[in-house]
Unconditional design. Structure first.
Ligand SMILES: *[C@@H]1O[C@H](CO)[C@@H](O)[C@H](O)[C@H]1NC(C)=O
Ligand SMILES: *[C@@H]1O[C@H](CO)[C@@H](O)[C@H](O)[C@H]1NC(C)=O
Ligand SMILES: *[C@@H]1O[C@H](CO)[C@@H](O)[C@H](O)[C@H]1NC(C)=O
Ligand SMILES: *[C@@H]1O[C@H](CO)[C@@H](O)[C@H](O)[C@H]1NC(C)=O
Length: 385
């Protein structure tokens, strides 16, 4: 536990002891909350207690740095009317403490120093529901020779330099390997061929196939007055080619993406569009009635628990402005799930159907009875509340 290694045990002031005392108190509160066993220290102000003691009682439980990051903190200027409080409670995912082993690793580092190179661990923690992750006081792993960005607009369709990425967390250790992997590597990977910008990526949303479920960006934009779609979100947008194509049409799109066995966020940023590192579980960081368009391809599907999906659809409705569009692109499900579950679910939210096209998904074979739905849904202009 490097976070405490710099404290010399003998030189404690009263304030420091009170500080650790309150940290211990929070430790115990959380522990009670989890009803797991923990050293039951009573926080009687014992001013001879040293920091070393505090470390010792930590005893395999969560690092003090976790409590330093997340415990309630008094506002230095006292009561704040906007907060209606004199305290801030720094947020962290409610599920974080369900995974004490991962959380302990995540919050064990040298304060003011370098973080461990632990992307895989932190993403795993985030995906299990520790989202947002607690903040840390350390410098993240970074490439030793970070190159200057390729200037716009050529960055939009260029493969960035290998040295712009920390490769530790991924099977591939270079962009060449990522570009090759759909040909050279067996097994499934999320968005396996996405890094090859001259492959399938080049044609997405620009020349639709005749199957009806591939809408083109231009056809979608044509349903609105020119220029009235300006800002939006792409959920689970791979390498952000949707955002790039929209940018070419003067529309600003933020792309949520994780780094599932590939440096998706670094790649998106290198292209010169905005990555948002967040899962589908979290409330969107936008205010009500603000976005012109929300798009999502392949990601929103029957792998998502139904209740979560229902909340997610309502959150999309919330952030869209009246008249805003939700382009549900290649939603997939099986057999009668569309009529029985997802159709009624989407209708319950209150969207107006602009386009609604279903088709068979045949890549695994017809016996799986897989279906695609592509829909263009509008948040009603009037009485959307
Ligand atoms: C980290 O920096 C802060 C701010 O200067 C300082 O108060 C603290 O003692 C430092 N902690 C360690 C462990 O170096
Ligand atoms: C990236 O790394 C791969 C594998 O080491 C190498 O073949 C390729 O030339 C590198 N690309 C650039 C642009 O340096
Ligand atoms: C990528 O594929 C090319 C041609 O197939 C091959 O020459 C090269 O070694 C591969 N590079 C990597 C890093 O996999
Ligand atoms: C985007 O905006 C620029 C600058 O205002 C303009 O010149 C260009 O025609 C626009 N492009 C499209 C596709 O609307």
């Amino acid at each position: 536990m490097g976070s405490n290694s710099n404290h010399s045990p003998k030189s404690k002031t009263l304030t420091t002891n009170l500080y650790f005392c309150s940290l211990l108190l929070f430790t115990n509160l959380i522990t009670l909350f989890l009803s797991s066993t923990y050293y039951s220290s009573t926080c009687t102000p014992n001013f001879t207690t040293t920091t070393t003691t505090a470390i010792e009682v930590d005893d395999g439980n969560l690092p003090l740095e976790f409590f330093a990051s997340t415990a309630p903190q008094k506002l230095p200027l006292g009561f704040n009317r906007n907060f209606n409080s004199d305290t801030v409670n720094p947020p962290f995912g409610s599920a974080c403490t369900l995974f004490p082993d991962d959380l302990r690793l995540f919050m064990s580092y040298d304060v003011n120093g370098s973080c461990p190179d632990d992307e895989l661990l932190s993403q795993r923690l985030l995906l299990k529901g520790c989202e947002p992750l607690p903040r840390r006081r350390c410098r993240p792993a970074a490439p030793p020779n970070f190159p200057p960005p390729i200037p716009l607009p050529s960055s939009l369709w260029s493969t960035p330099s290998n040295s712009s990425v920390v490769w530790t967390a991924y099977t591939c250790k270079s962009y060449t390997c990522l570009i090759n992997r759909s040909r050279t590597q067996k097994g499934f990977d999320d968005c396996k061929d996405c890094f090859e910008l001259n492959g399938r990526e080049k044609h997405r949303w620009t020349n639709p196939k005749s199957n009806g479920i591939d809408f083109s960006i231009d056809d979608v934009l044509k349903t609105r007055k020119p220029g009235s779609i300006r800002i939006g979100l792409d959920i689970g947008g791979g390498v952000a080619t949707f955002a790039v194509r929209m940018r070419e049409r003067n529309v600003t799109i933020l792309t949520t993406s994780l780094n599932l066995n590939g440096p998706f966020n670094s790649f998106i940023a290198s292209r010169g569009v905005m990555p948002l590192y967040m899962s589908i579980s979290q409330r969107f960081p936008f205010f009500d009635n603000t976005l012109d368009i929300v798009h999502s391809m392949h990601v929103l599907s029957n792998w998502i628990p139904e209740t979560l999906l229902h909340f997610l659809f309502f959150d999309i409705y919330r952030v869209l402005r009246p008249g805003g569009l939700f382009w549900l692109d290649h939603f997939f499900c099986v057999g009668d799930q569309l009529e029985m579950v997802y159709g009624p679910m989407i209708e319950s939210v209150g969207f107006k159907k602009v386009k609604w096209v279903t088709g068979k998904k045949l890549d695994k074979g017809p016996q799986f009875q897989e279906m695609y739905l592509s829909a263009l849904l509008e948040k009603p202009f009037k009485d959307s509340w």
